[in-house]
Design a protein around this ligand. Sequence first.
Ligand code: SF4
Length: 233
Amino acid sequence: MSSERELFRTDDAKVQTDTRDARMSGQGDRFNSKLREAFGSSPFILTKFDKFMNWVRGSSMFMLQFGIACCSIEMMHTYAVKHDLDRFHAGVPRASPRQADVMIVPGTIVSKFAPRMKRVYDQMPEPKFVVGMGSCTISGGPFQEGYNVIKGAEEVIPVDIHVPGCPPRPEALVYGVAKLQERIANGEASPVTVKPYELEQFGDLERDEIVDELASEIDEEDLVMRYNWADSP
Ligand code: SF4
């Protein structure tokens, strides 16, 4: 093996592009987007302020960096290159609740952790939203009988979107986030459960035989645990 290191040299032929040439000659049209052209010479948009704000909120969601149990691994996968949640304007997890407006709750919540989770949620600025990921977050999941397991995140914080599964696939979480964005844009506040059979409307998933089989057996009332402030600790 040679000990001499090859110097890196830029190959000019490989970096020449139309954009680069246009910039070098000062004739770039980077600011003339298709959208800008569509507006023509009077680029004003008239809309209701609430509608605009909801669109902005749904289009720039900052997720909290928050993992609890095995569902977190699927959540990380959702952020990673294959599924790339960033494509949906919701991809950069924030390390501080002060900078986040969406909390994905991915996993089993034990009673010792629940008050901490509530504290983190309280530190997020309004308006804030919660996506419950997985059966544990919905109802305690396979650990529902555990003496120390909270029977759903709804007992601690209000949840906007429930994504069932153990764990849900990344596609399901992406769908849940897309659903949340849709609801924020429409100004809708009530919690919803993403049904597995809705997934077929989304993405490039093949029809899944197991999902098809289970779809008719799923009772939404079993999946959703409504938030009850009065009975919560
Ligand atoms: S729902 Fe399943 S995968 Fe998710 S945290 Fe619970 S046990 Fe783990």
